[in-house]
Design a protein around this ligand. Structure first.
Ligand SMILES: Cc1ncc(COP(=O)(O)O)c(C=O)c1O
Length: 396
């Protein structure tokens, strides 16, 4: 496998140790799940000191809670961010960021290939609140720059994209957006801080569906936003009122997942690289999308901004949509599920995964092929996954 940059041993260590200094209640070695809706005080003075921000502590778990605090600190450290806020889902993180930072008359510039749910915010909800959205061709950076120059409050990027793995030059677009006074937001769900650190590339905020690689075990929903403290303060304030706060149980599960993130990402990266190289040579495969393949149009940018190419690839089996059915139904080691980033391989076409929220026409407009299989490579032995794909493709 080709690695674009030396992997950082510091991040591996930080994923385990950061924000874990304690002391934790009862001398616990890990931050426990503090399962409490509210926080009680022995007297009014100590309560109001916390309530008015004069003393550290928690008041009510919709606003903040101890387990979530530790997760927020940890993810902020991994991203090199000043601050972070946790949400009940990735979509809650994305929509809360928009509603906290945007007002009627503002303009968002983004790309056609963003995650389907984000795309619905762009196409349906933001315009209803008088926010203009301009969606550009994802890899036409000159067109994106031209849109930014016409006026832009917020530039929203997602790279690599879902499900066609297009790569966006974050540093180039962030430079232009900042010169025009725009806030730069990057959805880093596919990469995680292990593979890509958007703040170093000029992004003001970074968003995660923590449901995916960060938690890694397909057993919890969550979202995180990291970045500039002044912006996170506004997002945090919106969260206190809108109420889509991450629950302590979920924060704990994500916190535990993050401790093994570096190990898992290394395996996801190398498995996906081997499998995409195998599929690219396979006679029953018409196309493979993976940024770690030198023939991928975004390979050079990926090499410059990513430390690893990630665990998600897509491929088009030879033939028509019936081939998708044959291959998918024939796989033994893939959950047929609308999910990615788990330790178990998961596969599905965009019509039931990333872009289920869109109609067939909208998917076509966004350039999402119907006959494509998104394949989120787990941490299984790559030889087993390759053999499984081969036997499923042999039925074509
Ligand atoms: C890139 C990306 N961003 C955001 C989301 C939304 O996250 P959630 O499902 O946790 O709301 C997803 C979900 O698949 C995603 O793939």
């Amino acid at each position: 496998m080709t690695t674009p940059k030396d992997s950082s041993s510091r991040l591996d260590t930080q994923a385990v140790w950061s924000a874990e200094e304690g002391p934790f209640p009862y001398g616990a070695a890990v931050m426990p799940i503090v399962q409490s809706a509210t926080f009680a005080y022995p007297d009014l003075d100590s309560w109001s000191a916390v309530a008015t921000g004069q003393a550290p502590g928690h008041i009510y778990a919709r606003n903040s809670s101890p387990t979530l605090d530790v997760l927020e600190k940890k993810i902020a450290i991994l991203d090199g961010a000043q601050s972070a806020a946790g949400f009940s889902t990735g979509m809650a993180a994305i929509s809360s960021t928009f509603f906290a930072l945007l007002s009627p008359g503002d303009k968002v510039v983004s790309v056609k290939d963003s995650y389907g749910g984000t795309n619905v915010l762009f196409e349906e909800f933001l315009p209803r609140f008088g926010i203009q959205v301009s969606l550009c061709d994802t890899t036409d950076f000159a067109a994106i720059e031209a849109q930014i120059a016409k006026g832009c409050t917020l530039l929203y990027l997602e790279t690599p994209t879902n499900p066609t793995l297009k790569v966006i030059d974050i540093a180039r677009l962030a430079r232009v957006a900042r010169a025009h006074g725009a806030i730069v937001v990057t959805d880093n769900t596919f990469s995680t801080p292990i593979n890509q650190r958007p703040i170093e590339l000029g992004s003001d905020l970074v968003i995660y569906s923590a449901t995916k690689f960060l938690s890694g075990h397909s057993d919890v929903l969550g979202g995180l936003v990291t970045g500039r403290a002044d912006l996170i303060a506004k997002i945090y304030h919106f969260r206190e009122i809108a109420g889509a706060t991450l629950h302590a149980d979920a924060a704990y599960a994500i916190l535990r997942g993050v401790k093994t993130l570096a190990l898992r990402m290394a395996r996801h990266n190398s498995n996906a690289q081997q499998i995409s190289e195998h599929l690219a040579r396979h006679p029953k495969v018409a196309a493979v999308y993976y940024p770690g393949l030198p023939q991928h149009p975004g390979y050079a940018i990926a090499c410059s901004q990513m430390r690893g190419f990630g665990g998600v690839l897509s491929f088009v089996p030879a033939g028509d949509f019936s081939s998708v059915r044959t291959v998918l139904n024939g796989l033994h080691y893939a959950q047929r599920a609308a999910h990615l980033g788990g330790v178990a391989t998961a596969a599905g076409p965009p019509a039931v995964t990333s872009h289920v929220e869109l109609t067939a026409e909208e998917r076509a407009r966004a350039g999402i092929p119907e006959a494509l299989i998104r394949y989120s490579v787990g941490i299984e032995d790559p030889a087993d996954l390759i053999a499984d794909l081969d036997q499923a493709l042999a039925a074509l």
